[in-house]
Structures are given as C-alpha cells and as structure tokens.
Design a protein around this ligand. Sequence first.
Ligand code: NI
Length: 135
Amino acid sequence: MRIGVSLPENLLNKFDEIIQQRGYSSRSEGVRDAIRNYIVNFEWMNDIDGERVGVITIVYDHSQKGLEDNLTEIQHDFGSTIKSSLHVHLSQNTCLEVVVLRGNGEDVRKTAERMMALKGAKHVKLTTTSIGKEL
Ligand code: NI
C-alpha cells in the first residue's frame, strides 16, 4: 500500500540523516522499520502488568500553549502512583521532566500514554522494571 504523510521539514531531515547513517536503501524501508518498532513498543507497553516501578522521561516545548497545565493535570490524576519528579530546563524553550512511578502496571502505562499524547511533547519514553520480589 502507498500512503502520503505530512511531516515538519526538520523531522524529515533528521529522519533522512538517520536512514542514511544506518544504510537503509530507501526512505520507505526506514518508515517500515520505524512503524514496526512503534508497534513492538505498543505491544510491550500493553504487556505491563502487576506491581511495577517505572520511569518516564519527557522532553517538551514549554512554549506550547496548555502543555504544562495538561502535564500537571496528568500528574495529579496519577498522584498516588507518582513517587517523585524532576524538572530540568534544557534550553530557552525545552524542558525535561523525569517522573518516577510505582504501582499498578496499568496506571504506569496510562500515565505514559497520556503524556505521549500531549501536543508539544517532543519525546516521551517509559522504562519499567519489576519491584524485585520475583528476581
Ligand atoms: Ni523548564
């Protein structure tokens, strides 16, 4: 199937740089690989259950209207799961927030998914581990 996608120029330039560095033969091959990774990550996130500890890192543009309010709202909604957070001002407009969670895997996942959906969030990454009992 052929699809058409609109992308900001800087995002496409960065993507082209990476597929060149990685030696992909075409942009389409790079897009297919990126979509596969996206699906694998989605499936991995859906498998998170039981008691978990997790870390979310989010890099965002703080000049994006409404983003910080929405980010704060999410953190209040999951206030009992979120144990700590750390904010670092990376540049004039870019902020990094690191959120540490502990609780039901589903709540950890939902927190990350809501942050991923924020307009202006440039990068959101979730890592989780078990709380160690079964290790
Ligand atoms: Ni900041």
